[in-house]
Design a binder for this molecule. Structure first.
Ligand code: DOR
Ligand code: ZN
Length: 454
């Protein structure tokens, strides 16, 4: 996270020797959109310009497409391990590539949870063989300071504190334990990502067979977020620690976080596009936590986003099986897949003139790169990693969950018409998605470790 100093950097030279030229596209550079070609050597951008050497190597003709820095999603549940039936490292990163994401950060609420250095190591080894994009890992917030240090040293991106209930079996809910955790995060030089909903406000309604998803959502009212945000910011200020507030739904949360210097904020596409009305219509397809809010709150949140007051957009891609989701209401697991809908949804906001393209690139690429300390990512410029997404901005598409690469083939956005089609995704100089098809091989992606240059 940006306000902590970086752990000592090590350089690892990858075996990326190939050369690739993207010929004649429009390129989103820090100084604006230009028509140019991009020369990629050994996984990095070697040159962006008009007169590239003719014998430079393999050429991709990409006329008519716009090259953006690869999108970065800091909040993704890739599952795998014992939950591979919901999603695994290959299907989840295929969904990422198809959605224009070249780097994703995985959440630790898996089975088993990522709550120790040993488990993080095991996850890293498993992921290495299966991923198609770059993947980094958040780990569970645990009360033991020594474990926090070990996980931080292994390159974890943050400690995830799930306020409603601990991810790891060890309890970490009272103020004193949270404060101790925040203090050890400062010592270990790692930020804390927070799911801010206060357990004391959450009610599990007594839902009968006829119960509705609206009742379920009402059990997690705005007050739960309000209280949790207030509490975590107060404790973080005491500890002087960095907090990243995940999937905020209330304008007041954004404002509160902006008043604390060491905080960043994250909002999901579903909370700015959808409201309770969609829960009524789409039921289990629109059930996630925090839940969708009123139309008024949604509009105000979108207004703050469009003014540039939110740090980043993240999908909170949270896949489950359709059988699990549409069973008994009280048992339905919350969460919706988002990797394949996020970028087209945000591009739709650009078309509607609600967001500028510049802000979109900040929210989906340069800001997450900065907050989570991903060097050489988040922009297209000489020396930066060749993590690139090529988009056909003119194409309109319809959201068709049955075509998702994710195992979770449902969406609250089903049938919505969105702007822009992800055409090609390049990760570290290798083409992973071409003309909408996955062409990369499992294991071609990289495991990212915070503070280690790959
Ligand atoms: O809707 C959600 N699903 N919210 C969470 O906080 C967890 C996530 C999941 O892991 O399924
Ligand atoms: Zn999540």
């Amino acid at each position: 996270m940006p306000l902590r100093k970086n752990p000592p950097s090590k350089t690892r030279n990858g075996p990326r020797e190939s050369t690739l030229v993207l010929e004649g596209c429009r390129v989103w550079t820090p100084t604006g959109l230009i028509t140019a070609s991009v020369l990629i050597c050994e996984g990095r951008i070697a040159r962006i310009g008009h007169h590239l050497p003719g014998n430079a190597g393999e050429t991709l003709r990409v006329r008519g497409l716009v090259a953006f820095p690869g999108m970065i999603d800091a909040h993704v549940h890739l599952r795998d391990l014992d939950l591979s039936y919901k999603e695994d490292f290959t299907s989840g990163t295929a969904a990422a590539a198809a959605g224009g994401f070249t780097t994703v950060l995985d959440m630790p609420n898996t089975m088993p949870p990522t709550d120790s250095a040993t488990r993080l190591d095991e996850k890293i080894e498993r992921a290495r063989r299966k991923i198609l994009t770059n993947v980094g890992f958040h780990v569970a917030a645990v009360p033991k300071a020594a474990e926090v240090t070990r996980m931080s040293r292994l390159g974890a991106y943050s400690l995830k504190l799930y306020m409603p209930k601990p991810i790891s079996p060890l309890n970490i809910q009272d103020d004193k334990t949270i404060l101790t955790l925040l203090q050890s995060s400062v010592k270990s030089d790692i930020g804390v990502t927070v799911h801010a909903e206060d357990q004391s406000v959450i009610r599990r309604p007594d839902i009968k067979e006829s119960g509705s998803f609206i009742e379920l959502a009402k059990g997690r009212p705005e007050q739960a977020e309000l209280q949790a945000v207030d509490r975590i910011l107060r404790l973080a200020a005491k500890a002087g620690s960095y907090v990243h507030l995940a999937h905020l739904t209330l304008p007041s949360s954004i404002v509160a976080a902006r008043n604390y210097r060491h905080a960043s904020t994250e909002v999901t596409p579903h909370h700015v596009f959808l409201s309770e009305k969609t829960i009524k219509k789409e039921k289990w397809k629109a059930w996630m936590v925090p839940p969708l809010r009123s139309e008024r709150v949604r509009k105000n949140l979108l207004a703050l986003l469009s003014k540039g007051l939110v740090t980043m957009i993240a999908s909170d891609h949270a896949p489950h099986t359709i059988e699990e989701k549409r069973g008994a209401v009280a048992e339905s697991p919350p969460g919706v897949p988002g990797l394949e809908t996020t970028l087209p949804l945000m591009l739709t906001l650009v078309t509607r003139k609600i967001l500028s393209m510049e802000l979109l690139v900040q929210l989906l690429s340069s800001n997450p790169a900065h907050v989570f300390n991903l060097p050489r990512k988040g922009r297209l410029a000489k020396g930066f990693d060749a993590d690139i997404v090529l988009v056909d901005l003119k194409r309109k598409t319809r959201i068709r969950p049955e075509r998702f690469h994710s195992k979770a083939k449902y969406s609250p956005f089903e049938n919505m018409t969105v702007q822009g089609r992800v055409h090609t995704t390049i990760v570290g100089g290798s083409v992973v998605l071409q003309d909408g098809d996955i062409v990369g091989k499992p294991g071609s992606g990289r495991v990212m470790k915070r503070g280690v240059l790959g």
